[in-house]
Structures are given as C-alpha cells and as structure tokens.
Design a protein around this ligand. Structure first.
Ligand SMILES: *Cc1c(COP(=O)(O)O)cnc(C)c1O
Length: 230
C-alpha cells in the first residue's frame, strides 16, 4: 500500500514526461477524496504537495492535519453558494465556478479570511445532463458578468472540465481540444493574460488531456486506489 502510492505518483510523473510535457507545465493534483490522512501522508513523503478534495465537510476535517506541511489544496467539486465561506483560506484554488452569485460569495469570504482564491470556471463541454458546469455557449456572457463585478481576492485563471466517459480516445481528445480553444478565445476576447489554466484529465484520461495542453490533471484512483463511493 505504502510503496504503491509512491510508485503510482512516480509512474504518472514519468508518463507526463514521456508525453514531452514537464512536471512544471503540468501540475499533478492528487485527489484524496474518500482516502484517509495516512494515505495523504504517504503521498507527501513521496514528494507530492498538491491535493484535491470535492466536499468542504471532508476536506475541512483533513486539511488542519497538515497545516505545517505547506500543502496546496484545490477544491474540485461542485459547490453550493451557501458553502462558499468554507473554501477561501483553506483552499488556494477552486475549479468549479459556475455563477456570479458563487463568485460574489467566494470573494466576500476570501476578503474575510484575507486570502486569495484562484478560480477556474467549470465547463460542461459535451452538455452532458449528468454533469455540472456552464455550457460552452454561455461562457462569454458569464465572464462578461464576472468582469463587471468588483470581486476582490478572486483571480480568474482558466477553465476546467470532466472528460466524456465512457468514450473513445478521439472523442475524449476532441472535448479537451475544445476546452483549450475556449480558453484561448476567452483570454483573447477579454484580454486576460493570466487566463492560462486548463484543468482537464483524470485517472482514465490524463494522458489524452496532457497531449491536448492540460496544465493541471486531477488524479485520484490511479494514485490512491479505488474508492468505495463517488
Ligand atoms: C473524483 C474526481 C477526480 C478524480 O477522479 P479519478 O478518476 O479517481 O482520477 C477528478 N476530478 C473531479 C472533479 C472529481 O470529482
């Protein structure tokens, strides 16, 4: 178990290298949801310091264990705006922005915490009714609305998506390529030089995502093993 987590992290890092993208260009987020703090500790010992969680309740029970470790926590799950107050200060990134209301609440909480929160907008590229996120055709108007707000302590940094599943390689790569084009269009249209991030790729499709220009991959089961739920 112990060596497995370390081996998995090493294998994923060398797969990124083999796709000719360096670990500096592609941030590996170890998605520790449902896994115990002992597993996180093993990953830290293997040199991993970026972690992802998808519920505030579970994350806030785990994060204080590691206050001295200077970890970087990413909130990757869907977030109801009444839970926004639990994110800034604990997490430095949120991958699931989908409304102006959520952005306003996150900004208010970030100011109270005197923290900075970097956010990605979640896009439902394939308009899958089972998935969260904004339809690709609604992205420009959402960003327009966000930029009209005063949102202190919030930085808009890019886009996130969950790839189609089950799907063949060409369909998966097409979805990731379309997120990349959308990011490029947004950065250009709104003149946002820091709108650079693409959070795409999970255990089953991270290599496809890396080939399509992902800057952050969110990998859970390929590092920590299968989960019992969600
Ligand atoms: C759980 C989860 C992941 C990691 O999934 P794996 O298939 O275990 O790698 C990535 N992104 C999101 C949004 C998740 O909820």
């Amino acid at each position: 178990m112990t060596s497995t987590i370390a081996d998995n992290i090493a294998r994923i890092r060398s797969a990124i290298d083999a796709a000719r993208r360096s670990a500096q260009d592609v941030k590996l987020i170890a998605v520790s949801k449902t896994h115990p703090v002992e597993s996180i500790r093993v990953a830290i010992d293997a040199g991993q310091y970026v972690f992802g969680e998808n519920t505030t309740q579970e994350a806030l029970a785990k994060i204080p264990t590691f206050v001295d470790a200077e970890l970087e926590w990413h909130f990757i799950g869907h977030l109801q705006s009444n839970k926004a107050k639990f994110v800034p200060g604990h997490f430095s990134w949120l991958h699931s922005l989908d409304s102006v209301k959520l952005a306003q609440r996150l900004s208010r909480a970030a100011q109270e915490q005197q923290a900075l929160l970097r956010v990605l907008i979640e896009v439902n590229v394939t308009r899958d009714p089972q998935k969260h996120g904004v339809a690709p055709t609604d992205i420009f108007s959402l960003i327009d609305d966000l930029l009209k707000q005063n949102l202190p302590n919030i930085e808009l940094r890019g886009l996130m998506t969950v790839g189609p599943h089950p799907a063949g390689e060409s369909e998966i790569r097409a979805a990731f390529a379309s997120l990349r084009r959308l990011r490029d269009d947004v950065a250009q249209r709104f003149a946002l030089p820091n709108f650079t991030e693409l959070s795409m790729g999970m255990s089953g499709d991270y290599l496809d995502a890396v080939k399509e220009g992902s800057t952050m991959i969110r990998v859970g089961s390929a590092i920590f093993g299968a989960r019992d739920y969600a």
